[in-house]
Design a protein around this ligand. Structure first.
Ligand SMILES: Nc1ncnc2c1ncn2[C@@H]1O[C@H](COP(=O)(O)OP(=O)(O)OP(=O)(O)O)[C@@H](O)[C@H]1O
Ligand SMILES: O=P(O)(O)OC[C@H]1O[C@H](OP(=O)(O)OP(=O)(O)O)[C@H](O)[C@@H]1O
Ligand SMILES: O=C(O)c1cccnc1
Length: 483
């Protein structure tokens, strides 16, 4: 795989550097801190999001270096002390990171990455971690909605040309593949990340020839095993489909090739696909499939299928790669605890008038609780790091807001979501291949109830706190005079 050669060390908000300089000068640089990455609301009102971007976080951490050019640049800002700039020369990440594997369904309020590191290091990486996890989780979440709307029909990601910049295109294509897209039009995403690249043709190909038929026939001759003919340049039913049928019959059938496709890219896709299907079948081309594109998203795809469209696969660009309907994934990076000199973990909370912005303090772990009878996920339970759930004992879950709503579960399996990625600065995690991530993502989504997967008004999946964590949180709220 081609490596991304860019050093992103200075891709940080400037305040990370002023705080780092400040910790350095006040002797706080080595105080151990715990930060959580979590998000507050699921884009598009969905029931869950999909975590993605961990592999790029790993690359970033491993390449974290201030080179001489960076240091000279920072010196030119006349903000940082010389001993701090010298310290940056040997700056490396020496801490620990835990994260959920890419492709995991995640829910609001729960950490999907936790960083434990000396203050400067833990604070400094905030910007890049968030931008990477926010972008790819956003696109993975959107792509997965679109893939689910297509109900098993392949969805190709066609968005590079309308993506917001190169990373938007390439890493967006990567995230879309993890989330279930069948492939991408983006060649570099294939070369770099293994999201399979493929495609059809543009209207310009047809316009370049004296007539549509010659354009189709030439393409079939060049690519007999992968000819998808774009049939809407002039008139879909009067010329596009008849010319495609003629080219397929003259070039492919004599070679014994029956698999072929047409692409519809405008007009009423239900009407046109039904008519085209009839024409193809009547010509004996029952194995010719119909691809549809044109500003599609999960809602239009769902509508088309409800209307009885005869579409076998979809190409989806702008609304997927930009997550047009909801272009922000609000992942945040919040301090959850610090260690004192003796290594005791001191939980920290951030209080807000807005209850949804009050953080969950402490160094935590997250369990996903599966009901053994159905295999389905019932709830996630956020615990203090040293708590262990014993599945042989009944487990009491309760709503952290309405604490009188309680339920005792038995016959369950508890799976820890956060796995070690770095330990004392050393990478201890081997990222699965992208196809493994994609398969894992699909399997994990299968473990969610259909109610959680609804596009509108999904069931609110339970993200609960253990009694111990709830008590600690409420103690801190009391100490702060909030309750
Ligand atoms: N049967 C259908 N039901 C719901 N939405 C549809 C249906 N057929 C097409 N659409 C959607 O309607 C929108 C039509 O957009 P628009 O009017 O810009 O395109 P068009 O006129 O078909 O073609 P062009 O791309 O040439 O402008 C697209 O988002 C398309 O996906
Ligand atoms: O609509 P999207 O979901 O982004 O899918 C990708 C679109 O990109 C191409 O269009 P092109 O750039 O040639 O412009 P067009 O909109 O005029 O077809 C293709 O023909 C699709 O229509
Ligand atoms: O291959 C295609 O059909 C394609 C690629 C990019 C954008 N639109 C269509």
């Amino acid at each position: 795989m081609k490596k991304n050669p860019m050093n992103y060390t200075l891709l940080c908000d400037f305040y990370e550097l002023t705080m780092a300089n400040g910790y350095f000068q006040t002797g706080m640089s080595s105080q151990i801190c715990y930060f959580d990455v979590f998000f507050r609301t699921v884009p598009d009102g969905g029931g869950f999001a999909i975590a993605a971007g961990l592999e790029q976080v790993i690359e970033y951490i491993e390449n974290l270096r201030f080179d001489e050019e960076d240091i000279a640049f920072l010196r030119s800002k006349n903000t940082f002390r010389e001993d701090f700039l010298s310290y940056l020369r040997d700056f490396r990440f020496t801490g620990d990171i835990w994260a959920v594997p890419e492709g995991t369904p995640i829910f609001p309020g729960e950490p999907f990455m936790t960083v434990r590191a000396p203050a400067i290091e833990a604070q400094f990486i905030e910007t890049y971690l968030l931008l990477t996890l926010n972008h790819q989780s956003l696109i993975a979440t959107k792509a997965n909605r679109i893939v689910r709307a297509a109900g098993g029909r392949p969805v190709s990601e066609f968005g590079s040309r309308r993506a917001q910049g190169s990373d938007g295109a390439v890493l967006g294509a990567r995230a879309a593949y993890i989330a279930g897209c069948a492939g991408t039009a983006c060649t570099l995403a294939d070369q770099m990340y293994g999201s399979p690249a493929g495609g059809t043709m543009a209207h310009s190909w047809i316009q370049m020839f004296p007539d549509e038929y010659t354009a189709f026939k030439t393409y079939c001759q060049l690519y007999p095993h992968s000819a998808t003919l774009l049939v809407d340049t002039y008139n879909v039913l009067k010329s596009g489909v008849p010319n495609a049928i003629r080219a397929f019959k003259e070039v492919l059938l004599p070679q014994g090739i029956t698999k072929c496709a047409i692409r519809l890219d405008s007009g009423d896709l239900t009407y046109l696909s039904r008519k085209a299907r009839k024409m193809l079948d009547a010509a004996g081309l029952t194995e010719c499939s119909i691809v549809a594109s044109n500003s599609l998203d999960e809602y239009i795809i769902r509508d088309l299928l409800l209307q009885g469209a005869k579409i076998d696969s979809f190409g989806v660009g702008e609304r997927l790669i930009t997550s047009k309907s909801e272009p922000v994934f609000g992942g945040v990076y919040k301090l959850a605890a610090v260690e004192d000199q003796a290594g005791n973990i001191i939980p920290k909370i951030k209080i807000s008038e807005n209850p949804s912005k009050i953080t969950n303090p402490h160094f935590k772990k997250v369990y996903r609780i599966f009901e053994n009878e159905t295999g389905k996920a019932m709830a996630d339970l956020i615990c203090v790091h040293d708590e262990v759930i014993d599945p042989t004992q009944p487990l009491e879950l309760f709503d952290p807001e309405a604490t009188w709503k309680r339920k005792t579960v038995t016959d369950f399996t508890a799976v820890e979501l956060l796995v070690p990625i770095f330990q004392e600065g050393r990478l201890v995690y081997q990222s699965p291949s992208i196809t493994e991530m994609r398969a894992y993502c699909a399997a994990q989504i299968d473990l969610q109830w259909d109610e959680v997967k609804r596009f509108e008004n999904p069931h609110n999946y339970y993200v609960d706190l253990s009694q111990k964590l709830w008590d600690i949180k409420h103690e801190l709220l009391k100490e702060a005079g909030h309750i």
